[in-house]
Design a protein around this ligand. Structure first.
Ligand code: SF4
Length: 398
């Protein structure tokens, strides 16, 4: 394993500070690092050092495999009863003219648009409004599953569930059970932001608390189901707030094992109430991916959303602990473009995604939502697929 050689070279470096060498040795021995060591990595770990450690863990867990899926998004509305300061997406009820509110039929038509097309997942997430309630979503999930049973429904975050269950007077446990019964198969990782109340109360005061976010995931995991987790970084938080966030996730993962992937989300400052806060650099993005990989020793996957950070940073992230770059998306999300992402119309064909991964010497694997391999694209011949789809063989005259 080339990353092991790189780690050995680093461990033999006489100039490496003893406390950093100690952490590197722990990584080599597969030992867990502490809270203080996590903060130290943010304070003192330079990019090359962090990349070496994170890449070693990445290759130990996933080899060169780099995952993506074929998915599309449905964003029911961009109106929201909450007022998160970092949100570039929500048009509050008073800005209704700039908003959209899709009906059940409109959303179902979006699903039907993919009939006969190779997609494995629909990702549903948006703003919070009273009419998108328990009855609405259970009906929508049931309808999608009845129409296309093999399409995996990954939908809504604890922010929505907390609101929906409160309105329906349901406990989290009962609510999640009924959502599962209706067709929900996994939960995306959004709404986590930064767990520590000192920061959460400043940027997302009125939506579900960190404890409620964690509790809803825990109830979901207890049903044997899987979910993802995120962290919104690079705004007013300190390094130790990030480690506090990772620590909360690591603790819950020890308890349930239900998280699949951790996805760091970069704060973007376009068109929101925190536009005066500067964005962090690409170097900080990569350091953050790497430290997340090192700290979350009980998470199988670290994901970078190419739609949010752009294709090139996404490629770079594959050397800093990331092993998943999300899906084809098909220009069906506005969450990142409205926040100022490099990708204003995020859509990539499977061939483009595969090329992007191979270009940095990684092994492209199309996965389903639960990380089962759908297609190994390492030696895949796209021209054969095109010929099959595009040309009809003519009879040969002897
Ligand atoms: S981040 Fe989510 S919950 Fe907060 S205002 Fe935006 S859409 Fe609403």
């Amino acid at each position: 394993m080339r990353s092991e050689t790189q780690l050995d070279i680093l461990l033999a470096d006489p100039h490496l500070a003893p406390e950093l060498k100690n952490i590197a040795q722990k990584v080599k021995n597969s030992e867990r690092i502490t809270f203080d060591e996590g903060v130290l990595l943010f304070e003192k770990g330079e990019l090359g050092y962090l990349g070496t450690l994170a890449n070693y863990i990445r290759e130990k867990k996933n080899g060169d495999y780099t995952y993506f899926n074929r998915n599309f998004h449905i964003e029911p509305t961009n109106l929201c009863v909450y007022d998160c300061k970092f949100c570039s997406y929500s048009r509050l009820i008073k800005q209704r003219s700039e908003g959209w509110e899709f009906t059940m039929d409109e959303m179902f038509d979006m699903v039907k648009k993919y009939d006969g097309k190779h997609v494995t997942e629909v990702h549903i997430v948006g703003g919070v409004l009273p009419q998108y309630d328990f009855k609405f979503y259970t009906e929508l999930f049931s309808k999608i599953k009845a129409h296309r049973p093999e399409l995996h429904v990954k939908a809504l975050t604890p922010v929505e569930y907390h609101y929906i269950f409160k309105k329906a007077k349901l406990s989290y446990a009962e609510g999640m059970r009924l959502m599962k019964e209706a067709g929900l198969e996994s939960m995306p990782g959004g709404g986590a932001e930064i767990f520590h109340p000192d920061i959460r109360n400043q940027i997302a005061a009125d939506k579900c608390t960190a404890d409620q976010w964690l509790e809803i995931h825990e109830e979901w995991h207890k049903l044997g189901m899987r979910s993802n987790a995120t962290m919104l970084y690079g705004h007013i938080e300190s390094f130790w707030h990030r480690i506090h966030h990772l620590e909360e996730l690591r603790k819950l993962q020890d308890k349930t094992g239900g998280f699949q992937a951790f996805i760091p989300l970069k704060f973007r400052n376009k068109d929101n109430q925190m536009s005066d806060v500067a964005e962090v650099s690409v170097v900080e993005d990569l350091r953050n991916y790497a430290i997340s990989r090192i700290y979350l020793d009980n998470f199988d996957h670290i994901k970078s959303y190419w739609a949010m950070i752009g294709r090139v940073t996404s490629q770079l992230s594959l050397a800093f602990g990331v092993d998943d770059i999300d899906g084809t998306i098909d220009d069906t999300t506005k969450i990142y473009s409205m926040a100022g992402s490099e990708e204003q119309h995020p859509a990539m064909s499977t061939e483009e995604l595969v090329e992007l991964i191979k270009h940095v010497n990684r092994h492209p694997i199309e996965r389903d939502t639960l990380y089962n391999t759908v297609t190994d694209y390492m030696n895949y011949d796209f021209s054969a697929e095109q010929k099959e789809a595009g040309f009809i063989s003519l009879p040969v005259i002897q």
